[in-house]
Design a binder for this molecule. Structure first.
Ligand SMILES: Nc1nc2c(c(=O)[nH]1)N[C@H]1C(S)=C(S)[C@@H](COP(=O)(O)OP(=O)(O)OC[C@H]3O[C@@H](n4cnc5c(N)ncnc54)[C@H](O)[C@@H]3O)O[C@H]1N2
Ligand code: MOO
Length: 425
């Protein structure tokens, strides 16, 4: 395991006092290694877990050629351009059991969607395209082509093909795909344990009476929500006062139980903060000032405790900075810890509905409200007040507008990048 100094030495232009967001990404991708243990879980427990090995299809899906429509199956070679076709119905094929009879020319079988195509038949005419006259059906001229409305064996997956790759995060579609292969269990990476707590003497826990100079702990609740959505195992260690002994006990407890520890508060330059001192004492730590807004101060490293090591993310105390640093850096790092191959969220482009002031030389995140214009394209406006203590505007937002490090002012109508909250938080 490389030390933080060794990782820093590998990076070009690493300056902990003015670190570009890209350099943070690069640093974290070198620091964080996936958990190594795997486990077998039933499908209902596999949602949001990460597949630990390629999943090879043990059978083909669908396992046989079958009808895509309710209608009549026949040999498509009988269709002739410009001519209607009359066929005699000699049986019915239902889904779930193959029809065993034999067919001659001029004959067809009534068939249900999903029923196995009877031997030698390759085409299905949907019920609504036919005219039924006693035992016969009439197919109008040029209504379909040979092979229409038949689903081929293995069209979805062929036996022996990889159905999903290791590192895939299992969503609802993947759950269905795995089930379609007849598999009741999958091998996934162990869920990382993430401990989190708030720090600060001014922090009130819910249930405590309001007090002059104090604020209620909101960071633990936003962190709870963000971590829960990610599907890690949560260890809530409450709000810890800014005293060396309490902080040391909390950090030791967290590090003894968790794969990663997330705190908020106490990472800036304030005098009363013991947080940074305790972090330094218990681990290999870097204290960064990131060229970013919000989320300038952030601590990163590893805590060593009882022969084990836990990642530590010390997030700034301001509530919006907590969410932004989490989404920008901690979430991708935790996904990496979870074994996921795709860790960065999808960014989309929208037109800015307003001008925005932006200095080149730092990455900025503004809370935004994205919507569709009348012509269907994506547009975005800022939620207004962007103070990093203003959580209300985060709750109003449905995206973050990400203004890149090198970018300058934004004019009305300029394209900007968005991180949509849907699927992210
Ligand atoms: N001289 C400087 N001062 C500050 C700098 C700086 O670079 N130089 N950076 C500013 C930035 S940016 C941020 S962000 C904050 C981060 O400071 P800390 O991480 O030390 O956080 P605190 O001082 O403990 O708290 C900041 C702010 O957030 C409130 N807070 C903290 N925890 C919670 C919580 N759990 N729930 C709700 N609100 C919380 C706290 O009351 C403070 O108002 O430093 C700037 N200062
Ligand atoms: O992290 Mo601070 O302003 O960037 O809130």
């Amino acid at each position: 395991m490389k030390t933080l100094d060794q990782i820093a030495a590998e990076l070009q232009g690493y300056d902990p006092n003015a670190l570009p967001a890209d350099a943070v990404d690069e640093f974290l991708s070198r620091l964080v290694e996936p958990v190594v243990q795997t486990e077998r879980v039933g499908l209902f427990d596999a949602l949001d877990r990460v597949l630990a090995a390629d999943l090879i299809a043990p059978l083909s899906v669908p396992p046989h050629d079958n009808s895509a429509m309710d209608g009549f199956a026949f040999a498509g070679s009988q269709l002739q351009a410009g001519q209607a076709l009359a066929l005699r119905v000699v049986g019915t094929a239902y889904a779930g059991a193959a029809w065993q009879g034999e067919l001659g020319p001029g004959q067809c079988v009534k068939i249900m969607t999903g029923a196995v195509m009877p031997a030698g038949l390759d085409t299905v005419v949907p019920l609504e395209l036919t005219r039924i006259e006693g035992e016969f059906i009439q197919i109008p001229a040029d209504a379909l082509r040979a092979g229409d409305n038949r689903r081929l064996l293995g069209e979805d997956l062929m036996a022996g093909q990889p159905a999903l790759l290791a590192g895939s995060r299992i969503g609802p579609a993947a759950l269905g795909l795995i089930a379609s292969l007849g598999l009741a269990e999958v091998t996934v990476w162990r869920r990382p344990k993430v401990a989190f707590f708030s720090t600060g003497d001014e922090i009130l826990s819910l249930g405590q009476p309001p007090r002059e100079g104090a604020v209620y702990d909101s960071n633990r609740y936003t962190l709870f929500g963000l971590l829960k959505r990610l599907g890690v195992e949560l260890i809530d260690l409450g709000a810890v006062p800014d005293r060396a002994d309490s902080l040391e006990a909390a950090f030791r407890q967290a590090a003894s139980m968790a794969d990663a520890v997330i705190t908020s508060g106490g990472v800036s330059v304030g005098e009363a903060d013991h947080t940074k001192a305790v972090m330094r004492q218990l681990g290999d730590m870097a204290f960064w000032r990131i060229a970013m807004r919000p989320g300038r101060p952030m601590a990163v490293g590893r805590l060593q405790q009882a022969g084990r090591s836990a990642l530590l993310f010390g997030l700034p105390g301001n509530p919006v900075a907590v969410m932004v640093t989490f989404l920008a850096f901690v979430r991708p790092a935790l996904l990496r810890l979870m074994g996921a191959s795709q860790t960065q969220p999808l960014r989309v482009t929208a037109r800015s509905e307003q001008a925005m002031r932006k200095k080149p030389g730092r990455t900025e995140f503004q809370r935004g409200i994205a919507s569709r214009t009348a012509d269907g394209s994506l547009q975005v406006r800022s939620t207004g007040s962007q103070g990093s203590g203003v959580l209300r505007s985060m709750a109003e937002a449905n995206c973050l507008i990400r203004l890149d490090h090198g970018q300058g002012n934004v004019a009305i109508g300029d394209p900007v990048e968005l991180l949509l909250f849907d699927g992210l938080i």
